[in-house]
Design a protein around this ligand. Structure first.
Ligand code: GLP
Length: 244
């Protein structure tokens, strides 16, 4: 487990983008695992800047997003599909047929979850997965109590997550109660993982992820067993770590 502490969000974003730049330099057909939330936006901005400067080519890249709200069509402004379009996809030369975001509107979610897992395998597996972390220690939408062996599945959101994510909606009442998410085991299969966290409100989750025994109460703790994971933190998010 690598832990890198950087003073500013800008530095953290540049360092995070560096992992993508390196991955794409060695493999222009890389499979990227992408995340939503506020934290990775700076990384995406760096990638857009590098693309606009002619330094990056996404034409042969395949992407898989972590999760989506149940009930939101992909055109809904708060869907994670819309988020990815706004924050990254519409600014780069990625081919639309290589973009994968789980669907929040399906007749048969069981089949869709299995299709998502199969599509990741068919693409050759995820080379680099970026993650944020929830204040309750979740990765993707793997809320406390989710089995560490879980695969893509439907889940109920915890009350804390609904409150945390209410800022993107008119009110907490409008936050969907359910989501479709890659499982912990799906994420653990990625060949490389980076997890970004900033701010005091993530300090408890980061301490649990890095220093508590591995367990489903903090699904990010599973990453302790990943062979190639890097935590990119600011000093506030790292403030409760005993071994800094
Ligand atoms: C949501 C997403 C997670 C993300 C988390 C933290 O719950 N499903 O993937 O890590 O939000 O978001 P933020 O980076 O905005 O704190």
């Amino acid at each position: 487990m690598n832990i890198i502490i950087l003073d500013t969000y800008k530095e953290l974003s540049i360092r995070g983008a560096g992992f993508f730049i390196q991955t794409l330099a060695s493999n222009p057909t890389a499979v990227l695992g992408l995340a939503t939330g506020s934290t990775p936006i700076g990384v995406y901005q760096q990638l857009i800047e590098q693309y606009q400067a002619g330094q990056l080519d996404f034409s042969a890249v395949t992407t898989f997003n972590l999760d989506e709200y149940i009930g939101l069509h992909r055109d809904h402004p708060q869907s994670y599909y819309s988020f990815m379009q706004q924050e990254l996809f519409q600014h780069i030369n990625i081919s639309p047929d290589r973009i994968h975001v789980p669907s929040g509107v399906e007749d048969n979610f069981g089949a869709h979850c299995q299709w998502y897992e199969d599509a990741i395998i068919a693409a050759g597996g995820i080379d680099l997965q970026i993650l944020g972390i929830g204040t309750d220690g979740h990765i993707a939408f793997n809320e406390p109590g989710t089995a560490l062996g879980s695969r893509t599945h439907l889940t109920d959101l915890d009350q804390q997550t609904i409150i945390d994510n209410a800022r993107f909606f008119d009110s907490a009442d409008n936050v969907p109660r359910r989501a479709i998410t890659m499982g912990v085991a799906t994420i653990m299969d990625a060949r490389e993982v980076i997890l970004l966290a900033t701010g005091e409100n993530k300090a408890v989750a980061i301490q649990a992820a890095i220093e508590s025994p591995v367990g489903s109460e903090c699904t990010a703790s599973a990453l302790q067993n990943h062979p190639n994971v890097t935590f990119l933190l600011d000093p506030a998010a790292a403030s409760l770590l005993t071994n800094q």
